[in-house]
Design a protein around this ligand. Structure first.
Ligand SMILES: [Zn+2]
Length: 233
């Protein structure tokens, strides 16, 4: 099943990604306070940003931890342009585990993952979450521009430190010490950093599939179609 999507629409509001903080920005009615603590985060000042790095090899070795699927691919053609089939293959691997829906992932995010692959000795990148067809649509996971990743034998703090060197503006980087992964997304500036010491709550209502997704999305758009949009070249 494939969900047809158009271009990427991103909010100007800086925010962390997965947890509670965006609620106020979305204007949601206040609810009884959750037990989870609000993650500490901050917009990144310009002097913390780095110059854009040279392009990576383009190689990716992704492993989706929940699906048990792996993918080795190079996202570039020999002339340096994106290999559309490779981008599609990566988007397929990173599809939503709950609904099987698929969205074209942002190429700039895949470039960052290739940098990670090159830097840490060509070890596979374990993805605990990619695209999520979920109820809270302000998440960069919903927008196809976020992954939660870890690399075997690499401490999340070290992984985060390297990913931060890739940020020339327009990235969200969150450390999840208890869950043991690093959230990486691409977004409009400013960049944002946060640390979330909460465990991952897979029962979070925000992470449930959108209401009516079976009927509205699956049945109406259930044909095997895929429209790839590259919006952040
Ligand atoms: Zn995330």
């Amino acid at each position: 099943m494939v969900v047809r999507v158009g271009g990427l629409a991103m909010a100007a509001q800086p925010e962390p990604d997965d947890q509670e903080a965006p609620d106020a920005a979305e204007g949601r009615p206040s609810k009884a306070p959750r037990a989870r603590r609000k993650p500490a985060g901050y917009p990144v000042p310009d002097d913390e940003l780095r110059a854009p790095p040279p392009p990576p090899s383009g190689n990716l070795y992704l492993y989706h931890a929940f699906r048990g699927e792996a993918l080795k691919v190079n996202i570039y053609n020999s002339d340096g342009s994106y290999d559309i089939d490779a981008l599609r293959a990566a988007s397929h691997l990173l599809r939503c585990p709950r609904t099987d829906a698929e969205r074209d992932m942002e190429p700039r995010l895949l470039v960052i993952l290739s940098h990670v692959y090159d830097h840490f000795g060509k070890r596979r990148i374990e993805v605990t979450s990619g695209y999520r067809n979920q109820r809270r649509t302000s998440s960069y996971h919903f927008r196809g521009s976020a992954t939660d990743i870890l690399v075997a034998a690499v401490k999340p703090t070290r992984l985060r430190a390297f990913v931060e060197t890739l940020d020339s503006g327009g990235m969200g980087i969150g450390l999840y010490p208890r869950a043991g992964f690093v959230h990486v997304d691409v977004r409009p500036p400013p960049s944002y950093r946060w640390i979330d010491n909460n465990p991952v709550d897979h029962s979070d209502p925000d992470r449930r599939p959108p209401r009516g997704w079976m009927t509205d999305t699956f049945c109406k758009n259930g044909s095997k179609s895929f429209s790839l949009s590259i919006t952040m070249l």
